[in-house]
Design a protein around this ligand. Sequence first.
Ligand SMILES: NC(=O)c1ccc[n+]([C@@H]2O[C@H](COP(=O)([O-])OP(=O)(O)OC[C@H]3O[C@@H](n4cnc5c(N)ncnc54)[C@H](OP(=O)(O)O)[C@@H]3O)[C@@H](O)[C@H]2O)c1
Length: 294
Amino acid sequence: MMKVGIIGTGMLGYAICTRLLKYKFKLIVYNRTRSKALNLKNQGAIIAKTPEEIASNSEIILTIVKDSSAIHEIAFGKNGIIDGKYEDLTIADISTINPIDSIKLEKKFSKYNIVMLDTPVMGGPKAAINGELILMASGKKIIYEKYKKIFKCIAKQTFYLGKYGTSHLIKLSMNMQIAFLAISISEGIMLAKRASIDPQLFLKILNSTYFKTGMSENKAYKMIDNNFKPTFMLKNLRKDLDIATSVAYSLGLNLPITRKINTIYKNAEQKGFGELDYTGIFAYLNKISNKSNK
Ligand SMILES: NC(=O)c1ccc[n+]([C@@H]2O[C@H](COP(=O)([O-])OP(=O)(O)OC[C@H]3O[C@@H](n4cnc5c(N)ncnc54)[C@H](OP(=O)(O)O)[C@@H]3O)[C@@H](O)[C@H]2O)c1
């Protein structure tokens, strides 16, 4: 049986652990805030005290943390991965990070003979629990093939995309769609409501057209109900818009709408909406949208 380490049991990481444990993978798990990992013990996981302990007891580690600086911390910080006793270790990074940082990280890990794969995903905790994520892998194909069994357990579709950085770049391009869609559906609902039209009617008609989306079929109804219980926090989507803007900049590309939308999400975070679901952008836009507030 493969020895799998998991670092990061936030919303997505915890759900991935639950899925893997259900399918009898042997897991050793670490989270910076230990309390968030403890319940996984009841599901059969071993809870480690440090990333070092994870590295010493795993052949592959899935990292599901916030961003590249978090990866640095768990890998090269105090009692980090590189302090462990490891051999032939692979790190599959599921976090959404800057593709340029990911290429740098891969190089840094290779100095320690650690192989890194980029394996970002689409889909949230519910999709992870049901094994319905979409996973994009870049890096060494032979290593991807070796651990495909794990990826197939959490994802209904996996795409092998070749060279490092590709997966993260596509992932960022997709998160831009999420951010745009959440804003456009918010403003559609707001306009219907202000004109005393039932927003459900607006959605019903939208969803009978070619322009329906997962957002209009699912999350939009939660917006109408003011249900912003997070599955993917607004502050994390904002982080991805920041990365997309800076990657575009480094490629000599100006993405005017992404920049604009990033500012809106940033303002929402600053006004205290960051820990809501990203669809909480609807609540923020409602708050700032009265003409008298201009
Ligand atoms: N949720 C989703 O639907 C979803 C979908 C696709 C991709 N993602 C990506 O997956 C990653 C995790 O997302 P999430 O929703 O699970 O976020 P989350 O609930 O905010 O969890 C973030 C995780 O990162 C850890 N972390 C943050 N900074 C750290 C540091 N400096 N050192 C060590 N650990 C650190 C946190 O530890 P603490 O608990 O100690 O804070 C926590 O385990 C993010 O990159 C996100 O963009 C999320």
